[in-house]
Unconditional design. Structure first.
Length: 333
């Protein structure tokens, strides 16, 4: 397998393949006069919304909340990873996107004009699994190949965990959906996986008989991930009421999901291809924050940004407050 240099900044990829599914005419640009169709980007498959906002959409609550902005329809586009999604967002082919903190921070630190509308989720878990029973800790992976989805919060967690323990390993770009065969075949010694529905691969692999080597919650809680809801500055300038309205949508969706937890977990089960027991084990109420910019989320984002700066994955440092979209403050940056 080819060894990858990790977290390539999103801007090094031309605005190519990922844009073809999102339209190309002026009526679909970020600066169009009327929104009409809101285009939302997510990570995953199936072009469906997930999480509390997806639950709101399923309940028929999302579109009515956006009607006053002239939104008549919602289209969802799924991407395999964050860097691909970044290209569509800054290319004007998406209006808003929800994805992991690492690609969102790298995009902003690469000079892309984005604003963080909300820290949509906090304290995301991820973990490393192996097949070889001799591999019990990260130290047992020194010099070995580990699969990980580059540019993701899982990638940043793995790099941070290895650095904290003084371990050198060979990191290979590998999507979680493609990880089982090379792990079974011995092409890689371990794989780092997300533990968030509907992509609950970490628990799913444990259920298949692979064993845990390390995890955020058990070993490196300071490396937990967050989910970022981001829009481009161009879109927000063209539609100045959207930012505050979207923040209200997220806040209400989060409140409803926590107040109707059993119904929400049933929704997560329906959205995932993983076994029901895996999805229920992965659903955590603590992932859903009570505030748009929750203190824990800011703390985790601060640590993630500093790590990415230290690793030179962020080319130009920036203040989080200038990135946060706060309707009561003038535009910055």
């Amino acid at each position: 397998m080819r060894i990858l240099r990790l977290i390539v900044p999103a801007v090094v990829s031309a605005l190519l393949l990922v844009l073809t599914g999102c339209g190309s005419d002026d009526a679909g640009s970020a600066t169009r006069a009327e929104i009409k169709t809101l285009r939302i980007g997510t990570i995953g498959t199936g072009n469906v919304l997930t999480g509390p906002v997806g639950f709101a959409h399923q309940r028929g609550a999302l579109l009515p909340a956006l009607k006053p902005l002239g939104v008549d329809a919602i289209e969802v586009y799924s991407f395999p990873n964050g860097p691909d999604l970044n290209q569509a967002l800054v290319g004007g082919r998406l209006d808003v996107a929800t994805y992991g903190d690492t690609p969102a921070l790298v995009a902003r630190g690469s000079g892309l004009k984005t604003r963080l509308l909300a820290i949509a989720a906090v304290n995301y878990n991820a973990g490393v699994v192996a097949k070889d029973p001799a591999i019990r800790t990260l130290k047992d992976l020194a010099g070995k190949k580990i699969g990980v989805q580059s540019g993701s919060y899982i990638d940043r967690y793995l790099q941070g965990a290895l650095k904290a323990e003084g371990i050198q390993a060979q990191l290979v770009h590998l999507l979680a959906t493609d990880a089982e065969a090379p792990l079974n075949g011995g092409d890689i010694a371990a794989v780092a996986l997300p533990d968030v529905n509907p992509s609950s691969f970490f628990h799913a692999f444990l259920a298949k008989g692979f064993h845990q080597v390390d995890s955020i919650h058990d070993n490196h809680p300071d490396l937990a991930g967050t989910s970022s809801s981001v829009s481009s500055q161009d879109f927000l300038d063209s539609h100045p009421q959207f930012g505050a309205a979207w923040q209200s949508v997220i806040a209400e969706a989060n409140r409803y999901a926590k107040a109707h937890w059993d119904d929400y977990v049933n929704y997560e089960v329906s959205q995932s291809k993983s076994p029901e027991a895996v999805v229920r084990a992965t659903a955590r109420e603590s992932y859903i924050p009570d505030e748009i910019f929750a203190p824990l989320g800011i703390q985790l984002l601060t640590g993630t940004k500093q790590f990415l700066v230290d690793q030179k994955k962020i080319r130009e440092d920036f203040g989080l407050e200038e990135w946060f979209y706060r309707p009561d403050r003038p535009k910055q940056g």
